[in-house]
Structure formats: structure tokens, C-alpha cells
Write a protein that binds this ligand. Structure first.
Ligand SMILES: *Cc1c(COP(=O)(O)O)cnc(C)c1O
Length: 427
């Protein structure tokens, strides 16, 4: 186990730090000081807890998915239902925390980057709630793909700025948000959406998401009589929902922890977003971590069916947890994630976010080898309403290519296939 004394402040072993222009050093110092101060204040913690409870909907249920469990041979699968939170994902935990922090720092404007739009919606929501001005940066490609979330942000009073540089996706949106922050730092707080970026963001966002693991621990004790699972699984984009769950069990050696990256559609650079399967140490957006890059150090393009996992770097704390071997990291492909999406819909009546579907797919692989009675917690980081169109498009493409290669039976919908698996044969 890591000893606190071994660590340089702002670092996780060799990873993390603050690789930013000189002009951002003072604002980051101020942010770190303010965060350290409020995180010890009872008044701040009370207000945060009140909003998470009465506004966002915490605690979220830890739901025993009985049908899914028996379909997979009897292990006890429990779903941490972050999908039931206001705005539909765990992102609101962090957005409310940082918006409150901005308020206590006397900053009346918040800015954010967003990929799929989930973090943008969460930040716009928190800003509306606290009466702050809100600007969200979003790549042009993402704005087209996630039109509904753009309109949600606008209805919440946020200004959405289209980013046309680079690949016109999340990484370019972060560049623009950082540029805005440098210019307007006196009045503005930058609400970063995951455990990424320069110190103090990785530890601050982690702390705001720790509530997921703390609740899970309490709920396990009450519901199954032991406060640790044999296996905990979560998807890893930047890494905030996973670290939120894992942090409660890092010292519990009986719990196996698995983080799931986006395996996309292939192993070559550009076909996936699995930083531990093809990434190297590098610096992106102010932090040193594992980064997908070509041999000249240029940041690689990435692919995932789930926008939330589609990013070339991973939170620096995960880079250390990987190196230490405390957390295992695997990758799940687009196809497997889609299958898991259908499986959860068919067995439990829940449409998971495609990000979360990666965690479900990984748990499915392990469930078959675990003895019944073993306890598995899956973090259901968000709901799948936003992904319905992606799933339909994917299934349509798949059916098309299958009917080309096969004579019959190609038009069966994947949900039907899963029903057969679950219920045992056609009926
Ligand atoms: C953004 C998002 C993720 C990925 O972000 P992390 O910081 O890795 O948690 C996962 N699931 C959902 C539903 C998201 O919206």
C-alpha cells in the first residue's frame, strides 16, 4: 500500500502534477487552497450533503439484480444506481460540489468542457441552481452527435460555444475551456468533469465522487451482511465514477477491482480508447499520465461507441493504481458493450448508458467463473436514454452486414437473442 509520506503533493507516484502555463499556477494554487479549506468546513459539507440528498437524489439504491444474476449462473450482482440521479449520471455529484466551491470563492461564472454533453448538462444544472453564469465548450462533431444535450444546456440558461479546432471533440473543447479560464480567471471557475487535469482537479473530483463508494459500503453491510464485495467493476473514461467506487475498497484486499476501458473495434491506434493497452506516459491537459500517442508523441485519435469513454488520457491516480497492480484494467469492445446494453434491458428493464454497459459486459465475463454467493458490485454510472439512437444505428448496421453474409435469420433483433440466452431457448 501507498504511504502518504512517499508522495509529492499533487502527484500519484510519478503521475499527476501541474504541467500548465505560468499564468495558471497562481489560480491553481488559489483553487487548491480554497478547496482544502472548504473540504474541512462543516458548513460546506452540510450544504453539499443537503443538495446531493434533496436535489440530486442521493443515496442512490444498491439494487440486487436478481434476474441478471440468475441468468449468469447465480453470483449476486448488485447495481449501484447512479443512473437514477438528477440529470442521469454520476457527473452531478462533482458538478454540484465544484459549483458550491466556486460560490464560496466568490466566482459568479463557471465554465466547463463537455464531450457527450453529460458533464455540460450537469454543470449547467448546478449553475442554474446556484444562480451562476455558465459557458460550456463543446466540439462541433459532438454538438451534431449530441444535439439534444446542447438544447438541454441552452434551456438551462447556459451558453454553448462550438469548438472547431483539431478533431472538434472533447480534447479540443478542454483546450478552449483552459484558454477561457486563463483569460477570465478572476471571475471564473473551471468545472473540470473528471479526475483529469492539473492538481488539484484529480483529487478534488475524486473526493466529490467518493460518496459512491461510501454509500455502497454502508448498503452492502445492511443488505448482504458484509461491507465489501468480492468484485467491483466500473467503466473508466477519465476515471471519476470508478475511483468514486474503488476508493472505499482500496485497502480491502479481499475485493478485486476492475476498471474497464473502451476497446472500440480494434487494437490499432485510433480504433479504441484503452490507454493501458497501447498508451505510454505523457502529458495531456496539464497532467502526466498514460496517454494514447503515436511514435512522435502526437496525441492519437480515439474511438468508442460511448462518447464518455472516448478520450486519449486517463486520470493520473489510475496510472498509479495500474502500476501498483491494485486495480486491474481491461477493455471491452463496442460489440460487447451493445450486447450488455440489451442484456440489462431484457433482464432488468434498465437501459444503461453505453459507458456503464462496458462495466456490465466485463462483469458478465467474470460471473460465469465465480461461485454462486459471491458478491459483485457494478457501478451503473448513467442511464441510457441518451444512447438510444447510437444503439439503433449500431444494430441496423450489424443486421445489414449479417444479412449480407447469411441466408436466413439475420433480422432477429439483438434483444430477442438475449431473451433466448436468459430464458433458455425460443419462446
Ligand atoms: C462521463 C461518463 C463516464 C466516464 O467518465 P468517468 O470520469 O470515467 O466516470 C462514464 N459513464 C457515464 C454515464 C458518463 O456520463
Amino acid at each position: 500500500m501507498r504511504k502518504k509520506s512517499d508522495q509529492r503533493p499533487g502527484y500519484f507516484g510519478p503521475y499527476g502534477g501541474r504541467f500548465v502555463p505560468e499564468t495558471l499556477m497562481a489560480p491553481l494554487d488559489e483553487l487548491a487552497r480554497s478547496y482544502d479549506k472548504v473540504s474541512r468546513q462543516r458548513k460546506f459539507q452540510r450544504r453539499l450533503k443537503d443538495l446531493l440528498t434533496n436535489y440530486a437524489g442521493r443515496p442512490t439504491p444498491l439494487y440486487f439484480a436478481e434476474k441478471l444474476s440468475s441468468a449468469l449462473g447465480g453470483v449476486r450482482i448488485l447495481l449501484k444506481r447512479e443512473d437514477l440521479l438528477h440529470t442521469g449520471a454520476h457527473k452531478i455529484n462533482n458538478a454540484i460540489g465544484q459549483a458550491l466551491l466556486a460560490q464560496s470563492m466568490g466566482k459568479e461564472r463557471v465554465i466547463a468542457e463537455t464531450g457527450a454533453g453529460q458533464h455540460g448538462v450537469a454543470t449547467a444544472t448546478a449553475a442554474a441552481l446556484l444562480g451562476q453564469t455558465c459557458t460550456v465548450y463543446m466540439g462541433e462533431v459532438d454538438m451534431r452527435r449530441q444535439h439534444l444535450n446542447v438544447e438541454r444546456m441552452r434551456l438551462l440558461g447556459a451558453e454553448v460555444i462550438q469548438v472547431d479546432s483539431g478533431s472538434r471533440t472533447l480534447k479540443d473543447a478542454i483546450n478552449e475551456a483552459l484558454r477561457d479560464w486563463v483569460t477570465n480567471v478572476r471571475t471564473t471557475h473551471y468545472v473540470l468533469g473528471s479526475v483529469l487535469g492539473p492538481d488539484p482537479y484529480p483529487r478534488m473530483v475524486r473526493d466529490f465522487q467518493k460518496v459512491i463508494g461510501q454509500e455502497t459500503r454502508r448498503q452492502l453491510r445492511k443488505q448482504v451482511g458484509q461491507d465489501w464485495p468480492h468484485l467491483a467493476v466500473a467503466c473508466v473514461g477519465g476515471g471519476s465514477n470508478s475511483i468514486g467506487l474503488f476508493s472505499a475498497f482500496l485497502e480491502e484486499s479481499r475485493t478485486r477491482l476492475i476498471g474497464v476501458e473502451a476497446g472500440g473495434f480494434g487494437q490499432d491506434l485510433g480504433e479504441h480508447a484503452a490507454r493501458f493497452q497501447g498508451g505510454r506516459p505523457g502529458v495531456l491537459h496539464g497532467t502526466k499520465t498514460m496517454v494514447l500517442q503515436d511514435r512522435h508523441g502526437q496525441i492519437a485519435t480515439t474511438h468508442s461507441i460511448s462518447a464518455g469513454l472516448d478520450y486519449p488520457a486517463i486520470g493520473p491516480e489510475h496510472a498509479l493504481l495500474h502500476e501498483e497492480g491494485r486495480v486491474e484494467y481491461t477493455a471491452v469492445s463496442d460489440v460487447e458493450a451493445i450486447e450488455a446494453f440489451h442484456l440489462l434491458a431484457a433482464t432488468e428493464g434498465i437501459l444503461p448508458a453505453l459507458e456503464s454497459a462496458h462495466a456490465i459486459a466485463e462483469a458478465v465475463k467474470h460471473a460465469r467463473h465465480l461461485s454462486p454467493k459471491k458478491i459483485v458490485v457494478i457501478n451503473l454510472s448513467g442511464r441510457g436514454d441518451k444512447d438510444v439512437e447510437s444503439v439503433l444505428d449500431f444494430d441496423a448496421d450489424k443486421n445489414k452486414s449479417e444479412s449480407k453474409s447469411r441466408e436466413t435469420g439475420a433480422d432477429r433483433h439483438p434483444a430477442e437473442t438475449w431473451k433466448n440466452v436468459v430464458w433458455g431457448g425460443d419462446r
